[in-house]
Each structure stands twice: as C-alpha cells, then as structure tokens.
Design a protein around this ligand. Structure first.
Ligand SMILES: Nc1ncnc2c1ncn2[C@@H]1O[C@H](COP(=O)(O)OP(=O)(O)OP(=O)(O)O)[C@@H](O)[C@H]1O
Length: 716
C-alpha cells in the first residue's frame, strides 16, 4: 500500500466545490510525524463496491459520447487496426485459459471419483487432462509474450495520435488562460493519469473490463458444473469464500483510507528549515554565495542542531505515510482472518469424521475450490474496483477532448485588419483612451487612466522608473491582456473588434522578458516569421541585422546549436578524465546530483548575446522581408543587456530599417533614442505624467528634464 499506492490512488475527481481541511465533519485529520494529513471522508454510498453514487453515474453518462468519439478516433488510425484486433483476441483467449484449467481440474475430480467407485484409474482421460493442463501453461506464456510485443507499438501509436491533439490544444491558448492554474490542472489531467496516457489507460481499462466479465462468467459456470455432483461441494465453496471475502473487505478499507481528496502539510518549522538547508547545500545556484560567504561551517552546525530538534520524524511525506499504514495494518483484524483461513480445513475434518468413505473426494474438491476461490475473488475484486473507477477513467476521456475547447480569455474580433495591406506599411496609428489595467489577482492598477495618441509612422519612447507601467502598455497593444477599463484604437478601430491573428500579424513585439525556445538557434530565429522559417538566407540576414551572426558562426555547431538541449544524454560511471561525450561537455556536477545517471547541460551565451538573438528573431519577422505585413514595431528595453557601442549601432539600424513603420520603445535610457522620438511618454506610478518631444520636455523642466540632467551629468 504505502506511498506508491496512495499516489496511484490520486483519483481525478470530478467533484465540484472546495476542499476545506478545517471542516471536521467532512475531513479526517491525522498526525503522521511532522506531517498533518487531511483526508476527505467519502460518502457512505461510494464505499459500497459496485454501487456508484448518482453523481458518478451522471459523470459516466456525460462521458459516454466522448468515449464513443475516442473509439471512433482510435478506429480511424489505420496503422492500429491489426494491432488492436490482435491485442483484443489475445486478451480474450488469455481470459479463457484459467477457465480451461478449471475445467481440466474438474476432469481430475471425475477421475478420482471413478477411481473410488471402480478401483481403477481411467488412464486415457488422465493423460488427456495432464496434457491439456500443460498446454494451458505454455499457452499462457505465449499469450503474455505476444501481448507484450503488441503492446509497445500500439501504445506508442495511440500516444502519438493524441500528442498532436494535446499540442494543438495547448498551442491555441492565450496568456491569461494559460496562466490560470485551473486551466493548467485541466491540461495536466488531460494528458496523463497515474503516469499513463488517457487513451491507453482507457483502452486497457475497457479491454480489462471485458476480459474480467469473460473470466468471471466462464469460471463460475465451470465451477457450478463441476460441483453439481459433489456432495460437499456447496458447503466447501461457501467456507472457502469467507476468508477471501474478509481479506477483500480489509483491502477495500485500506484503499479507501487513501481517499480521493486529500492534502498534507507540515507545520514543523525545523523540518522546513532542514529541507531548505539541504537545497542550499545541494543546488549549484547557491554555491557561489555559499563559498564566498564562508558559510560551510556555520550551516553544517545549523543543520546538525535542526536535525537534532526534528529527531526521528524528519522523513518525507510518502515515507512517513507508508510507515503509518503498515503499522495500522498489522494490528487490525489480522487475527480473525488468520483463524478463519483454517475454517475450510476444520469443516472438511468434521465432514470426514461423519463420512469417512467420501474423504478422498472431499479432499480433492476442497483443493480445487480453494485454488479457485482465491483467484476468482480477486478477479471479482478487480471487477468491482474497475466498476468503481470506471466513471473516473471515462471522465478523463471527456477532459481529454474538452481541452481542445477551453475558451480563451481574450475574445477574438470579427473585422479583418488591415483593410489596406499596402497602407499598413506606412505605419499604424495608435490611441489609448482612458485605459486602466490591473493584473489578475493583484488588486492594484498597473495602468491608471492612460491616454495618448500616436500618428502613423511616429517613433514613440516610453520612459519611467521600474514598475511604472511601460511594459504593460506594450502588452495591451498586442492584446496579451485586455484593458480593465478604457479603449485602445489602432487605425481608428477598437482593437477588440479586430481579428486577433490579423492584429498580431501587423504588430511585432520584442518583450523585455523574452525567452529562447528549446530549439536550434536557426529555428529560434526562423519562427519569428513562420511563413519563411525554412529560408536560410532570411535567417542569416536577420542574424546579421540583430548582431548575432558573428557569435553564432563561432559556435561549434553554428546555427544548429541548441541553447538548451530538450533531450538529455544519459550516462553512468564515466571516468573523471572524460571531458566530453557526443561533442558536449560532461557535467559531473549534474551526474553527482542525479545519482550516477545524468545529462549534459546547455550552451551558455552571455546576456547580451541572448538579447541579440531575440532581436534577430524580431528582425526576421518585421524588417528582413519587403513583403512583411508588419506596420508597427514594439520594443521593450531592447538594449538593456547590450554594451554601449552595440546599443548605439542597434538604434541607428532600427531607425534605418523601420522605414515609415510606427515604432514604440520602452526604455530607461535617455538621449540615444529619446532625442529622435516624435513622442516621449514619461510614466510614473501607473500613469503618464509628461509627454512631448525631447526639446519640449526639457523646456518644461519637469521630471524628464531632471532625470535627463542626472544621466547627462554622469558623463561630464
Ligand atoms: N504578470 C504580472 N502579474 C502581476 N503584476 C504584474 C505583472 N507584470 C507586471 N506587474 C505589475 O504591474 C506594474 C507595472 O509593471 P510593468 O512591467 O508594466 O512596469 P515597467 O514600467 O515596464 O517596469 P520595468 O522598468 O521594471 O520594466 C508593476 O507594479 C508590476 O509589479
């Protein structure tokens, strides 16, 4: 049972509402060492095996159309047809083998009966039965082998089929939707349940259910047939079932303790501290400060003292849980079960005293029954278990299909944009009308009542202190988020009414917190313009304009270099003299961390090089091609990591390349850009406090002028 079992018991509940650990009427609290475990008590109705509550039944009903869709989907994968058919045939034959064995055992009983009656053994039958049983054994082995050969490709094909579905479902989500933890959870549960893909889990569950029914029905039929003529058969069958039944009930109870809804936390501050110290000493990221701060001795002492205070309780949750379960299992009802397991033998002995003549046949019957009741009981248990969790499993199928329809928070507009593709090349006009915005869950405004207007083709620089709202303006312009209040217009039209794809095609943005994708450098630049992502010429030109071409060429794998390899190499026990493997450096530190199995890391670039790469991607999208539909360029601190000369070059290049496109920068630096700006917006505390050209703002001697003077003085 223990941790592993508990983890696998983590059912995907369809239960609505909230889980409140404080609610003692519904939640059971247990102290396990340093841990507090809160388990939701299951409704009584659910405890009865095979009797799903109404809610479960409704879930099941809701899921059926989706299951049918899955069946059709799987059926449409032609490459799976043969595998599916073979898998099902093997499963069905395998389910019938135990019944065949049972039948042969019944035949053995018949032989005993004949031997008792006539004092002769009917040899041909004995040989047939022995041979049959041997064939059954061989057959089981062959079936298992064949099934394992089929399972691998079948599982892989189903997984591949649904990985496209899941990729597309994730790819279409916008930022606020993707950021929502509930959506993240929905996506997680749609892809995997208990480490299995939903499609494979459902398929095996359904085929398992079918084979269980076949097994149970056929075995009971044979058992009834065999025992019909045995005088002690029914009595022995009943007494043999009782201990198995008790065992099953106990098993059910332990399982239910796992609980469908549960949560564990620790309030032990020393335990928390201990874990923090372990991270601090293990993680590479802390090593520099660890060494420079001379912390080794002090922290080791702190670790010792803390460990002493926590004592024996300092175990991980699942370890502690396993211990607790084992302890509890020992003391509970075991004695009763142990005594009852002897019950069939006692009954048999009493019957033997009463009817000594039928002792031999009774003994044979008892062995047969005892052999089979155990497997049969567990087959039935599995059946009930599956009936109990069938609703859950089928609900995951519904979730799998539903993720493709998760509504995006940012609603799509209906109007095509721009009306005139040629005109857009000479820039896009922008107007903010009393725009306010507050990030979800923050309760404070990132933008407050912001209004400004930019003509087509103007260069605008937004300046202001950290957190004043500069980046937020750019995010709202590409509808990463929508304003909480107010309106944004581009070319005089409310951006909410424009088709999102059109808007985003005409606006190019380089975010301050840009990321690089775990793809090759070539792809990282290429995806800036998906329509030309295979055009090496354009990619090279974009790299040149973004200032990244030189350092990319110097990398051993050039444009094919991965900044972060998404697939790691694995190795073990490599001698310390091995400096590189597969053309990449061996990371012994990682190796130690992962316990002799580890992986190679990534190619590191400097912050400035990373920024040049991001710029190259933006250039790929906006300036490399003449046919680019982009009419507005947004740059959030594009030079923050560049050296002064690179920054200077970049701004000159940008001014040359933009043609007559509208351009908006967010920046902390005054001068280089602001002097050339048509409009400067000076922001502070979520709103625009000054606006105008460089000269106008200097003349008005406000905040902009003050900071400009501060920066200028630094160079005097
Ligand atoms: N994703 C987010 N979730 C919650 N709050 C955010 C988020 N992004 C920004 N904020 C908050 O919104 C406010 C404005 O942030 P914004 O990034 O627009 O400022 P900025 O002027 O660009 O700052 P910087 O100069 O540091 O880049 C800040 O108070 C910030 O903490």
């Amino acid at each position: 049972m223990g941790g592993r079992k508990m983890r696998s018991n983590r059912r995907i509940t369809s239960r609505k509402g909230v889980f409140n650990p404080e609610d003692q009427t519904r939640v059971k609290h247990t102290r396990l060492g340093v841990w507090d475990l809160y388990e939701e008590r299951e409704p009584e109705l659910d405890r009865l095996p095979g009797l799903p509550s109404l809610e479960r039944f409704l879930t099941l009903k809701q899921s059926l159309p989706y299951v049918w869709r899955m069946v059709k989907d799987i059926g449409s994968i032609r490459s799976c047809w043969l595998l599916l058919a073979s898998y099902l045939i093997l499963e069905i034959v395998a389910a019938l083998v135990p019944t065949m064995v049972l039948w042969y055992k019944g035949q053995l009983l018949e032989i005993v009966q004949i031997a008792l009656d006539s004092r002769t053994v009917y040899k041909p039958l004995l040989i047939r039965v022995t041979f049959g049983m041997w064939v059954c054994r061989i057959l089981t082995r062959l079936l298992n082998y064949s099934k394992s050969r089929i399972t691998f490709p079948l599982k892989a094909r189903l997984k591949q089929h649904y990985s496209v579905h899941l990729f597309a479902a994730r790819a279409r989500l916008d930022v606020p939707t993707f950021e929502d933890p509930a959506v993240q959870r929905q996506l997680d549960t749609a892809s995997h349940v208990n480490g299995q893909s939903v499609a494979w889990g459902t398929f095996t569950m359904l085929s398992g259910l079918l084979t269980t029914v076949i097994k149970v029905v056929s075995q009971i039929a044979i058992l009834v047939h065999v025992l019909r003529n045995q005088p002690d058969g029914p009595l022995l069958a009943v007494v043999s079932f009782i201990p198995e039944l008790l065992q099953w009930m106990k098993w059910q109870e332990v399982n239910l303790h796992g609980g469908a809804v549960w949560a564990a936390t620790t309030k032990n501050e020393d335990y928390v501290k201990l874990q923090g110290l372990k991270h601090a000493v293990n993680d590479l990221e802390h090593r520099k400060e660890f060494v420079a701060g001379n912390m080794a001795e002090y922290l080791t002492e702190m670790f010792k003292k803390t460990l002493l205070r926590v004592g024996d309780n300092a175990d991980e949750f699942f370890e502690t849980y396993r211990e607790y379960r084992n302890r509890e299992r020992l003391g509970y009802g075991m004695f009763l079960r142990d005594s009852l397991s002897e019950f069939p033998q006692i009954c048999f002995a009493l019957r033997a005293v009463q009817h000594p003549a039928s002792m031999a046949i009774s003994l044979a019957t008892l062995t047969l029954i005892q052999d089979n009741t155990s497997t049969l009981t567990w087959t039935i248990v599995r059946f009930f278990e599956q009936t109990g969790s069938i609703a859950d499993q089928l609900a995951t199928v519904r979730k799998l299909y539903e993720v493709a329809n998760i509504p995006n928070r940012i609603s799509d507009g209906v109007h095509a944009f721009p009306e005139d593709a040629q005109k857009v090349k000479s820039g896009i006009s922008v107007e903010f009308r009393n725009v306010s915005y507050s990030y979800p869950g923050t309760g404070s405004y990132a933008l407050r009542n912001v209004s400004f207007r930019l003509q087509q083709g103007q260069l605008c620089v937004i300046v202001g202190p950290n957190g004043s709202g500069k980046s937020t303006i750019l995010k709202l312009l590409v509808r990463i988020y929508d304003p909480t209040e107010g309106q944004i217009l581009v070319n005089g039209k409310d951006i909410r009414t424009l088709k999102l794809a059109d808007l985003r095609q005409t606006v190019s943005v380089l975010f301050q917190d840009y990321t690089h994708f775990p793809l090759s450098i070539r792809d990282n630049i290429g995806i800036g313009d998906p329509a030309h992502a295979d055009d090496d010429e354009r990619i090279r030109l974009a790299a040149r304009l973004g200032g990244s071409e030189d350092f990319i060429r110097r990398l051993p794998e050039g444009f094919e270099t991965y900044l972060e390899r998404p697939v790691t190499d694995h190795y073990s026990g490599i001698p310390e003299g091995t400096k590189s493997l597969f053309g990449r450096p061996v990371d012994y530190n990682q190796l130690r961390k992962a316990g002799h199995m580890s992986s190679t890391a990534s190619t590191s670039l400097s912050g400035g090089q990373m920024q040049r790469l991001a710029l190259s991607r933006t250039f790929m999208r906006s300036v490399v091609s003449d046919d680019s539909p982009v009419g507005m360029l947004l740059f959030d601190e594009p030079s923050a990591s560049l050296d002064p000369s690179a920054e200077h070059d970049l701004f000159i290049r940008l001014r040359e390349l933009r043609g007559s496109k509208t351009m908006i920068f967010s920046s902390h630096r005054f001068g280089n850009l602001t002097r050339h700006a048509d409009v400067i917006l000076y922001m502070n505390d979520s709103h625009i406090v000054e606006s105008g050209t460089h000269e106008q703002l200097l003349k008005s001697e406000g905040e902009y002028a003050r900071i400009w003077m501060l920066q200028a003085q630094a160079f005097l």
